[in-house]
Design a binder for this molecule. Sequence first.
Ligand SMILES: NC(=O)c1ccc[n+]([C@@H]2O[C@H](COP(=O)([O-])OP(=O)(O)OC[C@H]3O[C@@H](n4cnc5c(N)ncnc54)[C@H](O)[C@@H]3O)[C@@H](O)[C@H]2O)c1
Ligand SMILES: O=CCCC(=O)O
Length: 496
Amino acid sequence: MSKTQDLTALLSDSDLFRSQGYINGQWVSASDGATFPLTNPATGAKLADMPHMPRTQVAEAIDAAKAALPSWSALTAYQRSAYLLKLHALMEEHAQDLGTILCVENGKPLAEAKGEIAYGASFMQWNAAEGLRTYGQTIPSPYPGTRNIVIKQPIGVCGLITPWNFPNAMITRKMAPALAAGCTVVIKAPAETPLSALAMAVLCERIGIPAGVVNVVVMDKGDREAAAGLELCENPKVSKISFTGSTPVGRLLMKQSSSTLKKLSFELGGNAAFIIFDDADLETAVKGVIASKFRAAGQTCVCANRIFVHSKIYNEFASLLAEKVKELKVGNGLDEGVLIGPLVNVRGVEKVERHVQDAVSKGAKVLVGGSRIKSENAEGESCFFQPTVLVDVPKECYVASEETFGPLAPLFKFDDEDDVVNRANSSEVGLAGYFFTNDLARSNRVAERLEVGMVGVNTGVIAQACIPFGGVKQSGFGREGGPGGINEFQIEKVSC
Ligand SMILES: NC(=O)c1ccc[n+]([C@@H]2O[C@H](COP(=O)([O-])OP(=O)(O)OC[C@H]3O[C@@H](n4cnc5c(N)ncnc54)[C@H](O)[C@@H]3O)[C@@H](O)[C@H]2O)c1
Ligand SMILES: O=CCCC(=O)O
């Protein structure tokens, strides 16, 4: 029988732990009592039995959001901004508890989880301010005696579908601009990390956000998840879907939303190229790779996936990187000094293993790591994989074309700028790209040529609430954060 873990024992405010959904200001179980077990990926211990909600409850949440819309959208921008600033303050106050919940359900180390809470809170702060600046326009008219006035209005009820890899920040990145704009929301929490979503609902309830403005529905992966997606896409009361997740699910949601022609913004998968030119500062580049590749154990959409190193510095760079990667301590995210936690589930481990085995079978060599880690106290199968560096990786292998979503750094060799930019661009997705160089002219040239939405120049860290976040090609469309992020949740209306 599997062990259970009492998460409340780790919290100073145990009320933040909730294992029911939140609909119309009420904490509710699945209407038919169905549940699914939520487990800690580091230990396999059961954290809670979560509600496995049917489609009818998603429809109820949509009804609640629709009913709450008139009064929420009628508040002044200043009143909504004040709510967001309160949420920001509460998130900072409860960072330790929110970080602990996130660490235990997702696996990322506690310090990193608390960093995510600060990142998540920054979307509240940014959008509290942006909500005050959703300016309209007056446009000179060609007709005498008239003027054209453009105002911005909330788009309406928004369905927010988010992934498990940033259980807090992917929600706040959508919810904050939606609420600031005057929209109400139904959040479909990821099955792997519902507790962080529900803890945010607790904070909303505490600051008096009215019933129905924020709703959180929860269900396991599979049929009910697909039914929830169908309801959100097909229900005419929902005006907008904001989705972060994989490209295949994005394609499906787009198809499903065509019946009601919803406004969509999609932040989908990536396959970031990380290019190190021969004039780069190697110590800085190594730090950049570690930051980009090993954050969240390699489970971020903007992770370096294909690392291209100029042949003149290839061996030196590989050994510097290997030295640092060997030092990364792997373990339970609650333990002191741990920098790499488990992957979110065994499927994630199997994918990394498949990418390593495929590359090695085609001639790559393992410089560091390369295997699963057997975890002595884990129940069932271990979710830990060694941080890995592969060298001499051939062009034709899975890791060159698929997102690994794990702690695997494959080093490809290149000789020529044109060739490496073409290889970087030879992907059907285009979310983030990175390069390291000390040549200013090249820096401008390569940044413009990379077919992605975001470029890191001499840095492996790009995430900030104040910049437009999003991709091109099959990484999706729409931008979150930045000055335009709130526009995704508004319509422009003209009166002439
Ligand atoms: N571009 C970005 O900003 C960004 C950020 C984080 C993650 N991602 C991408 O997300 C992927 C990893 O996350 P994942 O495995 O959870 O992705 P996923 O697409 O399987 O799931 C994402 C969310 O969609 C839900 N979902 C799945 N099928 C659904 C359906 N039929 N209807 C409605 N909802 C459905 C899931 O429950 C989850 O809440 C990676 O590809 C990663 O690159 C992108
Ligand atoms: O996984 C994708 C989001 C990562 C980020 O916001 O930096």
